[in-house]
Write a protein that binds this ligand. Structure first.
Ligand code: GLY
Ligand code: MN
Ligand code: MN
Length: 377
C-alpha cells in the first residue's frame, strides 16, 4: 500500500493500529506510548520495521517469539527525534549513493488524526535533522489507512472475537440467574463485570451499560442508583476483551411479565434485527440494513432508529466498517460488524438487541449465541 502511494516510510502512533501491525497481544494498554515506523522497502530489505517504546513495555515485546522482525528501541527520547534520526540514518546515505528518486523529497506518511503537538514536534525534529543533508522531506497525511486494512479480519482474529463473545454469552446466562427486583443498577453491572473477569475476560470491551425501567430509553445509559422493579425492561449492553479483541452484545429482558406494549416494542426490534442480519452479504452498501430496519419500524408505527445500526468491532470497540445511513462502506467478506437496532420511548423505556458476527461469502455468521426471544424473569 505504501509503495502504491509513493510513501517511503509511515509513522504510526495509534496504539490499536500498532497492536494490529505487531500482532503483540496482551502487551499494550490504552496509552499512546509507542511509535512504529514502517519503511516501504521493509519486505525487500528484511529490515525497516522500527518500534520505539519504553522499558515498561520493551521487555515483554523482546521476549515475544515474533519480535525478531522489529527493531525495538526503548531509550528515553522523543518519538519525533527518534523518527527523524532513524529516517535520516536510513535514507540520507541512499540519497547520496543513488540518484534519489529524481531529487524528490522523502515522503513520510503520517496519520490523518495525528495530535497537533506530535505533528509540530515532527516538523521541528525533521527540520533540524535534515537541514544540510541534501534530502528534503514532506509529511503526507494517510487518512484511515490501517483502519481500512484492519476492517477485514483473518481466521486468528475470528478466534479471538469468538472467545470474547463466549465470555459475553456466559455473562448473560449468569445474569439471567442473578437479576431480580430490588437490585441496584450499579451493583448488577458490577456482578456482570466481576463474572466476566473471573471467566476469561482480560477486561471489559467498553463501559458496561445496565439500565432499568425508563433509563432504558437512553441508548448509552450509565448504570446508576435506580432499583430494579417488577415490570421493568432491563437492558444490558456489554462485552469482554480477550487478547485485545472485543465483543459487543445487547439484550433486553423484562422483570416479571411483559405488558402488551413491551411485547410490541420488543417484537419490532427483534424483527428489524433478524431481517437486517439476514440481509448482510458482500456487496451490501453500509446504509442498506438500517434502511431495512427503519422500514420495519415505520410499518409498525415506530419512528426511525435514532443511532447507527452497527459498526465494525475488533481491537477497537468501534471501528470500520460503518453500518449507518451515512456510511460510504460496502461490505466484503471478513468484515466483522454489529447489528443493533433499538426503539427508545422517552419516559417509558427502550429495547435494543445487538449481535455481532462476520460477513461471509454466503451471508453473515453470527458470533453471538445468547437467545433472541423475549425473556421474562
Ligand atoms: N455500547 C457500544 C455499542 O454498542 O456500540
Ligand atoms: Mn453494544
Ligand atoms: Mn455496538
Amino acid at each position: 500500500v505504501l509503495a502504491e502511494k509513493r510513501i517511503d516510510a509511515f509513522l504510526v502512533t495509534t496504539t490499536s493500529d500498532i497492536r494490529w501491525l505487531t500482532g503483540f497481544s496482551r502487551v499494550f494498554d490504552e496509552e499512546r506510548a509507542h511509535l512504529v515506523i514502517v519503511s516501504s522497502d521493509a519486505l525487500e530489505t528484511g529490515d525497516g520495521l522500527y518500534l520505539h517504546t519504553d522499558m515498561r513495555y520493551s521487555g515483554v515485546m523482546r521476549a515475544r517469539p515474533d519480535a525478531g522482525v522489529w527493531t525495538i528501541f526503548d531509550e528515553r527520547m522523543g518519538h519525533a527525534l527518534y523518527a527523524a534520526e532513524t529516517l535520516k540514518g536510513r535514507f540520507v546515505p541512499r540519497m547520496q549513493s543513488t540518484a534519489w528518486q529524481g531529487g524528490e523529497p522523502l515522503r513520510i506518511g503520517i496519520e490523518g488524526d495525528l495530535p497537533l503537538n506530535i505533528w509540530r514536534a515532527l516538523h521541528e525534529a525533521f527540520d533540524e535533522q535534515f537541514e544540510g543533508s541534501g534530502l528534503a522531506y514532506e509529511l503526507v497525511e494517510l487518512e484511515n489507512l490501517i483502519v481500512g486494512l484492519r476492517a477485514v479480519k483473518d481466521a486468528d482474529e475470528y478466534e479471538l472475537l469468538r472467545a470474547a463473545q463466549s465470555v459475553t454469552d456466559a455473562g448473560f446466562t449468569h445474569m439471567l440467574d442473578y437479576l431480580r427486583p430490588g437490585l441496584i443498577e450499579r451493583e448488577a453491572a458490577v456482578e456482570l463485570e466481576f463474572f466476566m473477569r473471573n471467566n476469561g475476560a482480560d477486561g471489559l470491551a467498553f463501559p458496561s451499560i445496565l439500565a432499568s425501567g425508563p433509563n432504558t430509553a437512553n441508548p448509552h445509559a450509565v448504570p446508576g442508583d435506580r432499583m430494579l422493579q417488577t415490570g421493568d425492561f432491563v437492558l444490558l449492553d456489554f462485552g469482554a476483551k480477550v487478547d485485545d479483541y472485543r465483543s459487543d452484545m445487547t439484550r433486553t429482558i423484562v422483570l416479571g411479565s411483559a405488558s402488551e406494549r413491551q411485547r410490541e416494542i420488543y417484537e419490532a426490534v427483534l424483527r428489524a434485527q433478524t431481517e437486517a442480519m439476514a440481509s448482510l452479504r458482500p456487496g451490501v452498501a453500509g446504509p442498506e440494513p438500517q434502511a431495512l430496519a427503519d422500514a420495519i419500524f415505520a410499518d409498525r408505527g415506530f419512528g426511525a432508529l435514532p443511532h447507527g445500526l452497527g459498526h465494525g468491532v475488533g481491537i477497537d470497540i468501534h471501528e470500520s466498517p460503518n453500518l449507518s445511513l451515512k456510511s460510504k462502506d460496502v461490505l466484503v467478506e471478513g468484515h466483522v460488524v454489529t447489528v443493533e437496532p433499538g426503539i427508545y420511548v422517552n419516559g417509558y423505556g427502550g429495547v435494543r438487541i445487538e449481535d455481532y458476527g462476520v460477513v461471509t461469502a454466503e451471508g453473515f455468521e453470527d458470533f453471538t449465541a445468547s437467545p433472541h426471544e423475549l425473556i421474562e424473569l
